[in-house]
Design a binder for this molecule. Sequence first.
Ligand SMILES: Nc1ncnc2c1ncn2[C@@H]1O[C@H](COP(=O)(O)OP(=O)(O)O)[C@@H](O)[C@H]1O
Ligand SMILES: Nc1ccn([C@@H]2O[C@H](COP(=O)(O)OP(=O)(O)O)[C@@H](O)[C@H]2O)c(=O)n1
Ligand SMILES: [Mg+2]
Length: 235
Amino acid sequence: MRTIVDAAYTGGNKSALSVKKPKVVFVLGGPGSGKGTQCANIVEHFGYTHLSAGDLLRAEINSGSENGTMIQNMISEGVIVPPEVTIKLLEKAIMESENDKFLIDGFPRNEENRAMFESVTGVVPEFVLFFDCSEEEMERRLLSRNQVAKWVGRVWSWVRWGNGQTWFEPKCGRVDDNIDTIRKRFKVFVDSSLSVINYYNSKGKVKKIDAGKPVAQVFEAVKAVFTPIDDKAAA
Ligand SMILES: Nc1ncnc2c1ncn2[C@@H]1O[C@H](COP(=O)(O)OP(=O)(O)O)[C@@H](O)[C@H]1O
Ligand SMILES: Nc1ccn([C@@H]2O[C@H](COP(=O)(O)OP(=O)(O)O)[C@@H](O)[C@H]2O)c(=O)n1
Ligand SMILES: [Mg+2]
């Protein structure tokens, strides 16, 4: 059965989002710049729903969908998945939510993502939050995210098997948080994603945050962006 979301891709019909008209903020920045971490804070303080494009794609792999193998291969290589796949997942998540305010994290990652999202859904972002961070710092964070995931896996298998000698090295963490794929993801960010940030910058929509600082300090800067002007005057 054709759903209203499918209809958006089969020509002629209006996208479901052009009817819902959600308020959208794009959250962009290199891999490891802290998008997911700060989105969790924004959700808590400002009532947005967080949609991570990467998380939606990983959930699609785990659901056993027909696109799963293709997505898995592309993520392992650090390349960008065809936009119709990612947009469909975002549209579905937005339509299934009762909220009307969304942080879209890690999307659009190239011009094709951006142009198709705007033309299919008719939605333009309120603004774009850009986490600016050096590659050295992002690399450190991603490798440490991988280490933390591995230790969590080891402890989990220790608890599960009840002895210190695990029978297997658990496969934990993200397949793309290894140094080779991290470097490829940095290259994709510079070659393809920065142009999206430049595009929105030319429209005066980019709020740039220095993301190289500790989490709490980054969030202070983020809060200033989200706090309405009236509230700032009253504070
Ligand atoms: N400001 C920060 N300082 C140090 N580490 C951070 C900071 N923000 C996030 N991290 C850590 O860096 C890693 C990547 O953060 P994450 O939010 O997943 O980034 P992204 O979604 O942009 O890849 C995580 O392990 C996270 O705990
Ligand atoms: N718009 C998007 C977002 C993610 N992805 C894929 O998902 C991977 C992980 O994205 P992510 O946003 O979870 O990664 P981080 O920037 O959070 O580290 C990317 O390297 C791409 O392979 C994509 O193809 N298109
Ligand atoms: Mg992330």
